[in-house]
Design a protein around this ligand. Structure first.
Ligand code: ZN
Length: 178
């Protein structure tokens, strides 16, 4: 396994729609190796989620793991390490709430983003088996942030009020909720 380079905002791969993985690719060695490297990269960067385009692979794959020590995100709902292949989201409610988001591809920046807070996620695992997961609150926000990467969208696109953009250091010092 290896720690991969995370591409940053401005790299064109972050603006491409990623392609779906085919069933016979999902169980293959290439994807297994990539997932191992993505998990190692996620851990090395203390992130909570990493989508394949962030390591310059334009495919519908993301890894998410939220441990309790991710306390810098405030409200904590944990999620064990989960691999999402070809994920899609169904909104279960139009109701939105905002969270301060950050992104490994936009280092040192935070932005306040409002998103729907009750969703169902459909995805395949590394064996190609289909799963569904119903999520609320911060976890719903995390999924939408990660799966946005697979559509070429960055959280910064969803910041409605650019006054609610901040460097991380200033965010931690002044942290004013809207
Ligand atoms: Zn991100």
């Amino acid at each position: 396994m290896a720690v991969l380079e995370i591409v940053r905002m401005g790299h064109p791969v972050l603006r491409q729609a990623a392609r779906a993985l085919l069933d016979d690719e999902i169980g293959g060695r290439d994807i297994a190796e990539l997932v191992g490297d993505m998990v190692e990269t996620l851990h090395a960067s203390s992130g909570i989620g990493l989508a394949a385009p962030q390591v310059n692979r334009s495919i519908q794959l993301a890894v998410i793991e939220i441990v309790e020590s991710a306390s810098r995100y405030g409200e904590i709902d944990t999620l064990p390490l989960t691999i999402f292949v070809n994920p899609s989201i169904t909104l279960l409610s139009e109701e939105t709430a905002g969270h301060w988001e950050g992104c490994l591809s936009i280092p040192a920046i935070r932005g306040f983003v409002e998103r729907p807070q009750h969703i169902e996620v459909s995805y395949q695992d590394l064996c190609g088996k289909a799963h569904n997961m119903v999520l609320e609150g911060f976890l719903a926000t995390v999924m939408q942030h990660e799966f946005d990467h697979l559509a070429g969208t960055l959280f910064i696109d969803r910041v409605k009020d650019t006054r609610l953009l901040s460097f991380e250091e200033e965010y931690l010092t002044y942290q004013t909720q809207p």
